[in-house]
Design a protein around this ligand. Sequence first.
Ligand code: ADP
Ligand code: MG
Length: 225
Amino acid sequence: EEEALIHSEKLSVAGQMAAGIAHEIRNPLTSLIGFSKFLKTKIDKYHEYFDIMLVELDRINSIVQEFMALAKPQACQFRKHDLNRIIGNVLTLLETQAILKDVQIIPKLDSDATELLCDENQLKQVFVNVLKNAIEAMPSGGIITITLTNVDAQQIAVSIIDEGTGIPEDQLPKLGGPFFTTKDSGTGLGLMICYRIIEGHQGKMDIRSVPGIGTTVSIRLPRNL
Ligand code: ADP
Ligand code: MG
């Protein structure tokens, strides 16, 4: 038990360091991106090199942003929120992206008593990450169902079901490990952040998947921590 405690403390120090370094990288990165864009408009040659630079800078930017989202514990703000509204906001945010990919997101929300104690921004981040993965897993479109269920007076469940490529069985244990990605422009940080946020809410997240059929992400959250 003591070992487990030490391990989790180490993780949180590492997480805080990562967030700190990410913060320091952000400002110089912003000026590199800005000046690269500016120079591209001023110089008539080498556009393909500028484009490569911008794509790579954008990749660094995504990694930095995701690391900054590894919230430090003291930055958490737990309040009562309506989970229906949080999910509704996230769906509005992702609507355009989904339509462009021919993906339809069907919410099955439960209107009764969906209040829970949570950090709103952190939970939004979880749903954005999971839904983005679902969209990215359906290159030729399809349906995503997001269902909210009142399990009982203590717990709320959310499941996100897609009809995407699915995940091969041997990759399931790697999910949530830092930098595990199968995508050309992925960071492999999205699920790690989700697991960490859900743990911080004393909840649980499971991923089940059948290659060729789709993936289900199930999240359980206690109403009160
Ligand atoms: P990223 O999206 O940057 O690759 P994530 O941590 O969000 O990083 O996801 C890690 C990997 O898990 C993805 O590269 C993909 O292989 C797999 N994955 C996650 N969600 C899904 C999904 N809904 N369908 C298929 N594969 C998924
Ligand atoms: Mg992702």
